[in-house]
Design a protein around this ligand. Structure first.
Ligand code: ZN
Length: 181
């Protein structure tokens, strides 16, 4: 689990990326930054930092910060009680991100699955997002993403977010731990 010291250190570092990206946030938003480490204790490789701007019954907007090479593990957003799963649009604001979705796999992917967890990354259709590029994911489709060598800041626009229902390919991931410390 993330301890307070690591959480605070990580938030300070993540905030520097927002500054580099020229993205202004309030003191309150900065204080409420979340660090997702998925209960894996491997934050340098698997995890992300985020600020939730809004999450209502109908829409959600977040800023995601990924350190160099940091990976958001493969998952999907299923339908819940007849309600279609989350539709997500990722827009790169700063740095570079490699997004992987279902479809024809890249012959030479630019990202690598985190060591020891290669089996938990099964979709390899590659979409490279540079600043100003965006991509929309249909509900319930598998996806994962990894920052390039400088890290990345990515805006996420979506329908309602209910992280606790997300389904991860990695059986070691507990979505309930996808929270700040
Ligand atoms: Zn997602």
């Amino acid at each position: 689990m993330l301890n307070k010291e690591l959480y605070e250190k990580t938030c300070v570092k993540a905030y520097e990326y927002l500054v580099k990206a020229g993205i202004a946030v309030t003191e309150e938003e900065r204080k409420n930054m979340e660090v997702a480490e998925y209960g894996l204790n491997d934050l340098d490789n698997i995890g992300l930092e985020l600020i939730v701007y809004i999450n209502t019954m109908r829409c959600c907007a977040k800023e995601l910060i990924l350190f160099p090479g940091q990976t958001c593990p493969e998952h999907r957003h299923p339908s819940i009680a007849g309600e279609l799963g989350k539709e997500e649009t990722f827009r790169c604001r700063w740095g570079k991100v490699f997004l992987y979705v279902q479809g024809a796999p890249a012959k030479q992917p630019k990202a690598a699955a985190p060591k020891g967890r290669e089996n938990c990354f099964t979709v390899w259709h590659e979409i490279e997002l540079n600043p100003g590029d965006q991509y929309t994911l249909e509900p319930s489709t598998l996806h994962w993403f990894q920052a390039g060598p400088d890290g990345a800041v990515v805006s996420e626009f979506s329908t309602r977010s209910r992280d606790e229902f997300d389904i991860y390919t990695d059986p070691d991931i507990n979505p309930a731990l996808n929270r700040k410390a």
